[in-house]
Ligand binder design. Sequence first.
Ligand code: SAM
Length: 218
Amino acid sequence: MTDRFLKQRMKMVETQIRLRGIKDQRVQKAMEKIPRHLFVNEGLHDQAYNDNPLPIECQQTISQPYIVALMTEAMELTGSEKVLEIGTGSGYQTAILAELAGRVFSIERIASLANAARTILDALGYYNVAIRVGDGTFGWREESPFGAIVVTAGAPKVPRPLLEQLAPGGRLVIPVGTRSSQMLLKLTRLSDEPEDVKQERLCGCRFVDLIGENGWKD
Ligand code: SAM
């Protein structure tokens, strides 16, 4: 596959990721490797390594590279864990998770996005990813517990099923707030009790809505 964007990608990681404080070298390497431009429309290839989110189909977005890195670093992946992603979107962050975790389970509510992501992930050889179309606010109970969970859409509250499906010691990274602005939270489950969590605030952010039974209602 053509890699005429390699230079831009290396520069993105250096200036937007490393110099901004993302220290996890496995995250840096994954972002150096994965061809982000292939996850956006051809007309946007030249902007794929810019320091901002970009539109994808169905009024959704591919997140800003720094936010993807921050969320992934907060998941503290070591390579063997099972992870859950809510909001497959373009599949870009899914690919990063596939590089860094053992198995990835990703849920997307819009079937056409899930299908497009599946096609590109297959083309890139990420066979450790399972994608399901549905309401991710219920989680993926049959595959739980997960060592880490990431939610890539803004929620009004932390969906309880996700806490239940997080392994003790596991990390849940999720933007929580209003429809127009959220705080990116990292919750670490401390014991067998789902609500026994340590909460850290990572940064303010603005995501598209998490729509579902345990999210926004429409
Ligand atoms: N991480 C993605 C990427 O790299 O392209 C960006 C995801 S985009 C910001 C958020 C996605 O969450 C959208 O594709 C949206 O359709 C999806 N979404 C919103 N509510 C959802 C839900 N309840 N379950 C699953 N996906 C949901």
